[in-house]
Ligand binder design. Structure first.
Ligand code: SAH
Length: 227
């Protein structure tokens, strides 16, 4: 999969892409992420990318021209399955949407800033708008990084069997069961006996029961969704 990200602050994206699972995915050749600095498409000698809002009011708006030129360049190079704008008024990101996006080939993600981007970009270029939650961040880079991480770990071959995403929270509408590692006892706090029993079938049952109980207690809405 290839993901292109358009941003005025590419530095904000560097670190999340260079570590852990996203790094491994790229080294394995399963994921290619390219960040494009919108400044290089900025206007005039100051490479301007934002301007005052028509109609007045506080806050700047990302201009249409640099964005359109950058998008045109990328769209001329390949076909994108989706042109995604990260925005608080978009569709709320969930595991279902993440699963669907992990099957795509080319994604283009737009990270906004200031008051957001000129609405005409949303009308004429953007095919999907995604929010990472009901709160407002100052830029779309962290939301873009969240989306790329959530998608990247689902690409077949990225995670090894032991860390398989199938057992994570929200897959099958269940939260994950509790996990433990050595030592089996610390300050008198013991790991549940069943996990030390070696009885794989019983352990699987226990994990399922725990996941179900945890979901009932914390997120009963997930169980209702299943029906
Ligand atoms: N005025 C806008 C918010 C702009 S925040 C509004 O009220 O809707 C600046 C940028 O940060 C946005 O363009 C978007 O790209 C990003 N952003 C902020 N919060 C976000 C969220 N919850 N999900 C996705 N992107 C977000």
């Amino acid at each position: 999969m290839r993901i292109d990200i358009i941003s005025v602050l590419p530095e904000l994206l560097t670190s999340p892409l260079e570590h852990s699972i996203l790094k491994r995915a790229q080294l394995k050749g399963l994921l290619e992420v390219e960040v494009h600095n919108l400044r290089t498409y900025g206007l005039g000698k100051h490479n301007q990318v934002d301007d005052y809002a028509f109609g007045g009011g506080a806050g700047m708006v990302m201009m249409i021209e640099p964005l359109a030129n950058c998008l045109d360049d990328l769209l001329a190079q390949r076909e994108y399955d989706e042109v995604i704008y990260m925005t608080p008024d978009g569709e709320r990101l969930g595991q279902g949407l993440t699963n669907r996006l992990s099957l795509k080939k080319n994604l283009l993600i737009l990270a906004g800033h200031y008051k957001g981007i000129d609405e005409r970009i949303r009308t004429h270029y953007v095919t999907m708008e995604i929010s990472i939650g009901d709160y407002v961040l100052s830029g779309g880079e962290l939301p873009a990084a969240v989306l790329v991480d959530a998608i990247g770990r689902l690409i077949p071959g990225v995670l090894s069997d032991e860390t398989s995403a199938l057992f994570d929270s929200f897959q099958d509408n269940l939260l994950a069961p509790p996990v433990y590692t050595r030592p089996a006892e610390f300050r008198g706090w013991k790991v549940p006996d069943i996990l030390l029993s070696g009885n794989t079938a019983a352990i699987e049952d226990w994990r399922y029961e725990q996941a179900l109980a945890r979901t009932r207690e914390r997120r009963p809405d997930l169980l209702e969704e299943e029906d």
